[in-house]
Ligand binder design. Sequence first.
Ligand code: PBG
Length: 324
Amino acid sequence: MPFPQTRLRRLRATGALRGLVRETRLDAGDFIYPMFIAHGSDRREPIDAMPGIDRLSIAHAVDEAGEAGALGIPAVLLFGLPAAKDEEGSGAWDDEGVVQLATRAIKQAHPDLLVVADLCLCEYTSHGHCGVVRPDGRVDNDATLELLARTACSQARAGADIIAPSDMMDGRVAAIRAALDDDGHHDTPILAYSAKFASAFYGPFREAADSAPAFGDRRSYQMDPANADEAIREARLDVEEGADLVMVKPALPYLDLIRRIKDDTAMPLVAYNVSGEYAMVKAAAAAGYLDERSAVLESLTGIRRAGADIVITYHAKEAARWLR
Ligand code: PBG
């Protein structure tokens, strides 16, 4: 029945009616809060391009993780900023490395909070690439797998609840699954950064983690932003290799893939609302160009509406407060 009998505005008339028919709800329980763990003690250093996000030494990270938990956020994602970097990235699989120490400390203080360990070498390598660099400058896929597997086991031994490989090497999920199983960690899930694009929106993160590649770029392993079918193939392969959750990253420029991969795989779908997406909103809000709270909640709702079950976001704590 067309207008005038049909009037879609009827259900928009009051807050109660709009709430009744709302299709997507935001909940702190769907957020993961990323944190940067610095070596040393008593450090809390602001990150210029990410107002509100600091590099934290372990004791501060334990406090902040506790705050996130108290706000109803079920999980934190840890990135490590080691004291020293080398060619191989050996700090990544050091049982006493920053992420391992922080994982133990957070799990001890907040046993119910989930710790997700980001698994990548780029924060630990002197050249800033996510894998082993060969003499000709290329990133060696297969040689990297062994180092990733070693790192995953070290993270799981430290008590990480979920291992999240973000390197985009081929075959890493299978290699990590096999290594975790061999080491007795059959029950540790893998959250695969399945469709991770070579994105300009990682800029602030690379400043925060001091992980910009010293030469070249990441386009030989991260995906071309122009490709969608290939992202489906990436996600399917990760599922075949044993991924328990799949991720699309960044989130806002890739909402189509959040939907397509969710529909295609029926897996728990995680979207990463990355550092550049955060920085844009923060900068525009600081300049008075948009209302931060509405812009953040609208963006997070859009990501969930597109098909994400879980959103990794630097806005998590603020959004959780607004949603109370
Ligand atoms: C490591 C990694 C990156 C991000 C998450 N894991 C940076 C990169 O690939 O260069 C980016 C996260 C963000 O921008 O918030 N490989």
